[in-house]
Design a protein around this ligand. Structure first.
Ligand code: HSE
Length: 325
């Protein structure tokens, strides 16, 4: 092994926030770490729940994404030593693939002296994901509003309101984004389109202005959640009634199956506990096991550090105090 050793910490994300399908994203305090350096031979070591199944050779997503950066920069680094640890549950709607893509882009770019700008990394990531919402949040942190025309993605970052807390309920089953996108109709009627433009615009304005009182009405959606509801039994019930149990609003997180609720941080502990119970009981009534996690909005995007070349501390020792498990 030789050359610098780069360690990247990337946040998870929630996409859509209800009405902002493929447009709104928010970084969450749950992380993946990727360590990368040039090597004589490619090795990929993954730690964390479910990570034993990811490819350990050059077909690995992180390896392939890193090579895109080297190609774009016109340099050759064919062999890499990669270690990663992921606390983000896979295929649950918390942006694990976007975090992996962003982590790989940022690590590879840092490894070769950062020739690509953040914006260039965002463009590559958006093309790879097919939508900018999760990758934007993982790259820039906070709440990210973005629009992509298939060529270029533009974005504006919003600082999350200090009182905004988020509680997610994560069902034990996986749901692929592909399957959840397949459930969507090809066309929409005008009334539903207008409904969503209004809600999404109101939500962005409310989040920017700290109008937490508007969140419940602003998080409503007619564009994707109603069509995805049959894939997540209990979801419609949660979306319709979460605000009666202490939530400011609720939405399917990305393509699901995780459901995210927004909560006013100044609510009492008993009201927060009631909301957790409501989420778990509603899914349990459908025979679905789930776990809840309080995941505060995360203000920062992916950050990297360069370790001393002679520092051979294993990844898990470097991040021991930060991992969830
Ligand atoms: N906006 C995307 C969707 C996010 O809802 O399908 C999931 O990756």
């Amino acid at each position: 092994m030789y050359g610098p050793r780069i360690l990247v910490k990337v946040p998870a994300s929630t996409a859509n926030l209800g009405p902002g399908f493929d447009t709104l994203g928010m970084a969450l305090s749950l992380f993946e770490w990727i360590e990368m350096r040039a090597a004589d031979e490619t090795t990929i070591t993954a730690y964390g729940k479910g990570m034993q199944d990811i490819p350990g050779d050059k077909s690995n997503l992180i390896y392939k994404v890193a090579q895109l950066v080297f190609e774009e920069a016109g340099v050759s680094v064919p062999e890499l030593s990669i270690s990663l640890y992921c606390d983000i549950p896979l295929t649950r709607g918390l942006g694990s693939s976007a975090s992996a893509i962003i982590g790989a882009l940022v690590a590879a770019n840092a490894l070769i002296g950062s020739p690509l700008s953040e914006d260039e990394l965002f463009q590559i990531a958006t093309k790879l994901e097919g939508h900018p919402d999760n990758v934007g949040a993982s790259l820039f942190g906070g709440i990210v509003v973005s629009a992509w025309d298939g060529e270029r993605a533009d974005h504006v970052r919003i600082e999350p309101h200090p009182s905004l807390e988020t509680l997610v309920v994560i069902p034990s089953f996986q749901l692929s984004t592909e399957k959840a996108r397949h459930a969507l109709p090809k066309t929409l009627n005008m009334a539903d389109a207008v409904f969503n433009v209004g809600r999404s615009s109101l939500l962005v304005a409310a989040l920017s202005a700290g109008r937490l009182d508007l969140i419940s009405t602003a998080m409503r959606d007619r564009l994707h959640q109603p069509y995805r509801a049959p894939l997540i039994p209990g979801m419609s019930n949660i979306l319709a009634h979460a605000s009666e149990h202490g939530a400011l609003g609720a939405a399917l997180s990305g393509a699901g199956p995780t459901i995210i609720t927004f909560v006013d941080g100044s609510s009492s502990e008993s009201s927060k506990a009631e909301l957790e119970r409501f989420l778990l009981d509603t899914l349990a009534a459908e025979g679905i096991e789930a776990e809840t996690m309080w995941l505060p909005p995360y203000k920062h995007g992916a950050v990297w550090t360069k370790l001393e070349e002679h520092d051979t501390t294993p990844l898990m020792d470097l991040i021991r105090n930060e991992v969830r498990a």
